[in-house]
Design a protein around this ligand. Structure first.
Ligand SMILES: [Zn+2]
Length: 258
């Protein structure tokens, strides 16, 4: 089964015929009930990352419960649409980008299932190459960018933003971590697909990020973006063939996976 974790503005994905699945996990309840429907021949489980009414801010999203609940349902591949800021005028608002790297600047989030025992998963390339290939084949999608994930919920200062841009990071977001690493720890293929909603504070042409502008830009682009994600799902192979994301080879886990 494929999973989709929808970001801001992405609270539903199917028509009324979707099946709702209440879930509970050892890490508490996920952000919302998961809905299961069919897209492009795939059975798809959809979970709104921030809850159905955006109850969870980026730093309070129950990430461990979300990934665990999807895995327990049978999900082994996840597409993660998200809203991002751009750190370069080359990626103006409305751009859709499939990032290939991330930098974690969050703090205090529960970002592992392996609190006990010496388990260290490989994470040099945080995104699934197979899912990325499917997504970058979509029309007008940009292939590759480093996404820096900040703690939020505030936006960056101008100096932070300029620092990130000088380091070569091109996208900025608040939810891409720990979602990606938790997927890897559960051996779930994971790829983000990012919709640019604003130029972050430090980009010369910007006057600073205001939430009202971000949401207005997002509203304008959200329906085409959802359609694009539907098209992306149609491009995903029926069977999972990826071995890159099987992170447990040679590792003894302290517990059984669902
Ligand atoms: Zn993979």
């Amino acid at each position: 089964m494929l999973g989709v974790i929808g970001g801001s503005g992405f609270y539903s994905f199917f028509g009324d015929d979707a099946r709702r699945v209440p879930c509970d996990t050892p890490y508490g309840k996920p952000s919302a009930e998961i809905t299961v429907g069919t897209v492009g021949g795939h059975e798809v489980a959809f979970l709104p990352r921030h809850g159905e009414r955006h109850e969870y801010s980026a730093h309070t999203v129950p990430y461990r419960a979300n990934l665990w609940a999807l895995r327990a349902l049978g999900v082994r591949r996840i597409l993660a649409p998200c809203a991002v800021g751009s750190l370069t005028p080359e990626l103006p608002p409305g751009s859709v980008v499939v990032p290939d790297q991330l930098v974690d600047r969050t703090w205090g989030r529960a970002d592992t299932y392996f609190d006990d025992g010496g388990v260290h998963v490989e994470f040099a390339d945080p995104y699934c190459p197979t899912l990325r290939t499917a997504m970058v084949g979509l029309p007008d999608v940009v292939d590759g960018a480093t996404m820096v994930v900040i703690q939020g919920p505030r936006f960056s200062t101008r100096a932070e933003s300029q620092w990130f841009a000088a380091a070569g990071f091109r996208l900025i977001n608040m939810t891409g971590y720990p979602e990606a690493v938790l997927a890897r720890e559960l051996e779930i293929c994971y790829a983000a697909i990012a919709l640019v909603t604003d130029l972050d504070a430090g980009v010369d042409v910007g006057s600073g990020v205001k939430a009202v502008d971000v949401f207005a830009e997002f509203q304008k682009n959200i329906e085409p973006f959802k359609k694009l994600v539907h098209q992306g799902i149609e491009r995903v192979d029926e069977e999972r063939s990826c071995t890159h994301c099987l992170a447990h080879e040679g590792i003894e886990l302290p517990f059984e996976l669902p």
